[in-house]
Design a protein around this ligand. Structure first.
Ligand code: SF4
Length: 346
């Protein structure tokens, strides 16, 4: 009976070293294989040319490398690239390369589908099938880094966990992926260039603070009034704003790291003065930045981008209270790659 091959990237370096010793070889072979798997991002054992043919065959008969495959790539007229990423079990997620003058940002997915139900988000319509493994998250970043070098002649500069899924519902795997991305044995990127964007899971925000993570935190807030937020993000009924605020205070006290709020202003939903005032009240306990993001309609639904007058009201009021605010135009709209549009439609 053929035994099932193991996913070699689920093994730590120590475990690989032990594997070689138990097969009568030197422990440092484990280091060599580990370097091929992560730093050099090898797709096959055949590529590991500093190993003997016998060693490569032995690895081949014991293990698989479940590398992702960029199945389809779409390019927007503004330069944004969207990858449809095929996983080893034929499921698909999406990741996006967002170029600006000085940066290339990778927006990566952390789950296949999403278990949360934000009313304005296309991903919410896909059932959550499973969490992504650390290597599947890592591979998305490598794929975008390669595309950045190929099409923009520069390496990837920033990463946001803002693709499909809620990263804090797949915390351990996301953390392991970030460890590999920031390690010199992986991609060696600075954690300061990585932002984890969450819809706000209070318990996990506190856990991140306790774990002493070095990356940045962004919260998709969209309303600082419970009744409004629950209408657009129904899980707010469970993780309400007072719990979220308490968790963010805890985060700030421990990390002293500024909090970014992602915020879309919709016509007739959160475009009044009372909405802006509630936002000011919510975030003034710590240095904060509010990103006002342009909305991308996902169908004929109830959500429409608010007027410029409403956006000006937000900008003026926030600035008056010393809160940093930016207005972000959406990118990649023509290929459904903009925020809230990822839904495996390509
Ligand atoms: S906005 Fe994020 S958390 Fe909400 S449904 Fe979409 S992917 Fe999930």
């Amino acid at each position: 009976m053929e035994t099932k091959k193991k996913d070699i990237r689920a093994f730590t370096k120590e475990q690989l070293r032990d594997f070689f010793v138990s097969h009568g070889d030197k422990a440092f072979r484990g280091n060599q294989v580990y370097e091929w798997l992560w730093h050099k991002s090898a797709h096959s054992f055949e590529e590991m040319t500093n190993l003997s043919k016998e060693t490569r065959q032995m690895l081949e008969s014991n293990f698989t490398i479940n590398h992702i495959k960029v199945d389809q790539m779409q390019r927007s007229s503004d330069g944004t690239i969207k990858n449809a990423v095929l996983l080893h079990d034929d499921l698909v997620v999406e990741s996006v390369l967002i170029p600006t003058k000085s940066r290339t940002t990778a927006c990566v997915s952390s789950q296949v589908g999403c278990s949360l139900d934000c009313r304005f988000c296309a991903t919410a319509r896909l059932k959550r099938m499973r969490n992504l493994n650390p290597d599947e998250i890592y591979d998305q970043v490598v794929a975008i880094d390669n595309e950045s070098r190929l099409y923009f002649d520069r390496p990837l500069t920033n990463i946001v966990f803002m693709g499909m899924g809620e990263p804090l519902m797949n915390y351990n795997n996301v953390l392991q992926a970030i460890d590999k991305i920031t390690s010199p044995e992986g991609l060696g990127m600075s954690p300061k260039r990585i932002t984890l964007s969450t819809s706000g899971v209070p318990k996990m925000i506190k856990k991140m603070a306790d774990d002493g993570v070095k990356f940045k935190l962004a919260v998709s807030l969209h309303s600082a009034i419970d009744s409004v937020r629950t209408t657009i993000m129904p899980f707010n009924a469970t993780f309400n704003l007072s719990d979220l605020r308490e968790a963010l205070k805890y985060w700030y006290n421990k990390t002293k790291s500024r909090i970014t709020y992602e915020y879309v202003v919709w016509e007739g939903i959160n475009d009044k003065l009372r909405d802006v005032e509630a936002l000011v009240d919510f975030c003034r306990f710590a240095p904060s930045k509010v990103n006002l993001i342009e909305y991308n309609p996902i169908d004929e639904g109830d959500f429409r981008q608010a007027s410029n007058k409403a956006i000006d009201l937000y900008v003026d009021t926030l600035e008056r209270h010393g809160i940093v605010v930016t207005v972000r135009r959406s990118r990649g709209k023509d290929i459904d790659a903009a925020c809230g549009q990822l839904a495996n439609k390509s």
